[in-house]
Write a protein that binds this ligand. Sequence first.
Ligand SMILES: C[S@@+](CC[C@H](N)C(=O)[O-])C[C@H]1O[C@@H](n2cnc3c(N)ncnc32)[C@H](O)[C@@H]1O
Length: 216
Amino acid sequence: MPMTPEPAVLAAFEAAKGFMPADEGLALYAAAAEAARLGLPLLEVGTYCGRSTILLAGAARAAGVTALTVDHHRGSEEQQPGWEYHDPETVDAELGVMDTLPTFRRTLHRAGLEDHVVALVGRSPQVAAVWNTPLALVFVDGGHTDEHASADYEGWAPHVADGGLLVIHDVFPDPADEFTGQAPYRVYLRALASGAFTEVSATGSLRVLRRTGAGV
Ligand SMILES: C[S@@+](CC[C@H](N)C(=O)[O-])C[C@H]1O[C@@H](n2cnc3c(N)ncnc32)[C@H](O)[C@@H]1O
């Protein structure tokens, strides 16, 4: 199975609203394509408008597995009105609150990938609490506070199958580089310190870890 996305998948990723740069996207796709060989689902925490979901969906389609993506679609702290990463196009005009679900659905439809993705709309810890299926890959890109990033790790990392991958976005070891806090970096350190995960690769702020031991 190719470790790079089909041209149409890459083009859809590049055209989608979101935050992930191309080099990190290619690293995420390669991790997803490799992990999908386990024949288990791929799961993302933090859908937003579907930019990174497109890559997981492309890898899932190629491998004949399903991509799952979790988000309450109300935005993270830094995406709320008045904050640096706010996009007025993501606001529900009737309710006056953020709703990224319509944009996400349009994005996936245009990319022709709807059939390969299950969207789980809800708070990550609440979805994780009822989850009981091993996963080939967990991609953590949800809330960037310590509370949210830790809950994502505790809720989802236990489900990474033996030999599966844990991918963490926005890992900034140098506080001078960070833009939404260092909580993902602390989760990355915690995963390594657990003895359950070993680093495979680092691309920009994306870290790929493999489960090489039990626990979290
Ligand atoms: C940085 S964005 C994800 C970006 C996306 N992966 C991309 O590449 O474009 C983070 C997302 O996490 C979601 N989020 C934050 N905290 C959450 C929580 N506790 N449960 C579910 N979703 C959450 C926000 O609504 C937001 O859409």
